[in-house]
Write a protein that binds this ligand. Structure first.
Ligand SMILES: [Zn+2]
Length: 341
């Protein structure tokens, strides 16, 4: 996808020249097919218009949106008919308050309510999950079968977020009295995928295993369980880890080109306007992931701050320069066929 012989090393500092840098980087992006962003959120309708606008500038034609409240779902559909595919959001707290039977009941009527997917957010940091330990709902246990049976009966895929970056477990999740280890969380995730072979899973964030020393385990999962795909959501996490060994990452993505969908984890949230400036927030996420997947740049600073690497020199993008046919699958075809559109 990149122009031949174009390997650029960037040494610029991010800052006031951001827009200049962005326009310079745009010229590196040569994929011109459609993009399906398979992982976005809307907490409120505050900056949804910008999310759509910036997405369109990057070729995003369809989007999987996880509205955090029903009102936002209805607004998004009315305002942008046919653009969004909706995942009903079950946060860790909802899981605890509704209980297994309650969640299963909601899944039964999910399609009537206008959703096509279920999203379970059960990451370690979810407040209720922390408080409920050791009695929390364990997705991998047999007790959760009613949830999965409802998904199978209604042919609804499940987007599941179960674990987080290694950097979080080394810092904010380091207290073993409060948090499980990453290995325990991955074991629970694997148990769910293995136990429910007739459920179609979208495992968020590369199944929480984009770290180089975890890729072989993820490859084992992909070889063992045909019932899941992974998404590339979280530009910061994916870029940081997959750039560490671009040759290895490239080989991995080419090998599993049918099992990966593009996603950003961008969030439409009014408050973000004040915190990040929405335009830069969205643009920099699309840009970072596209530079990673499409180009062969080396040592390019991530166009926004990665707080996990501020003390170690920052996050650098090393592009994977994926072939056009692979990009087309990751950006579009895999999502279209997984969601059955
Ligand atoms: Zn997410």
């Amino acid at each position: 996808m990149t122009r031949s012989g174009c390997r650029n090393t960037y040494s610029f500092q991010l800052g006031p020249f951001y827009s200049e840098i962005v326009s310079q980087l745009q010229s590196e992006l040569n994929y011109d097919g459609p993009i399906f962003d398979a992982h976005t959120h809307a907490v409120d309708k505050g900056s949804l218009r910008l999310l759509v606008q910036i997405g369109q500038q990057h070729g995003v034609e369809r989007t999987l949106l996880i509205p955090h409240i029903r009102r936002v779902r209805n607004y998004a559909e009315k305002k942008y008919p046919g653009r969004f595919f909706f995942a009903k959001y079950f946060s860790g707290s909802r899981l605890s308050t509704k209980g297994i039977a309650g969640v299963a009941r909601e899944i039964e009527k999910l399609q009537d309510d206008g959703y096509q997917l279920a999203k379970i957010q059960n990451a370690p940091g979810m407040g209720r999950r922390v408080k409920a330990k050791p009695d929390r709902i364990r997705i991998g246990d047999e007790s959760c079968t009613p949830i999965f049976a409802a998904l199978v009966d209604n042919e609804i895929p499940l987007l599941l977020h179960m674990s987080d970056p290694d950097t979080y477990y080394a810092s904010k999740y380091a207290n073993g009295d409060v948090y499980d280890t990453k290995e325990e969380d991955l074991n629970e995730l694997e148990a769910a995928v293995a136990r429910h072979s007739d459920v179609r899973f979208q495992l968020a964030h590369f199944a929480a295993q984009p770290e180089m020393d975890r890729l072989s385990n993820l490859a084992r999962w992909l070889d063992s369980y045909p019932n899941f795909i992974v998404d590339t959501a979280s530009a910061r996490w994916m870029v940081r880890e997959l750039s560490r060994n671009p040759e290895r990452s490239r080989e991995f993505l080419i090998k599993y080109q049918d099992r990966v969908v593009f996603g950003t984890d961008c969030i439409a949230f009014f408050r973000f306007k004040w915190r990040f400036g929405s335009k830069n927030y969205y643009d920099s996420r699309y840009l970072a992931l596209r530079l990673l997947l499409e180009t062969d740049v080396r040592g390019m600073p991530l166009p926004f701050k990665d707080k996990d690497t501020t003390n170690t020199g920052g996050t650098l993008i090393n592009g994977l320069s994926l072939p056009d046919r692979v990009l087309r699958k990751i950006y579009w075809e895999n999502a279209v066929s997984f969601y059955g559109i």
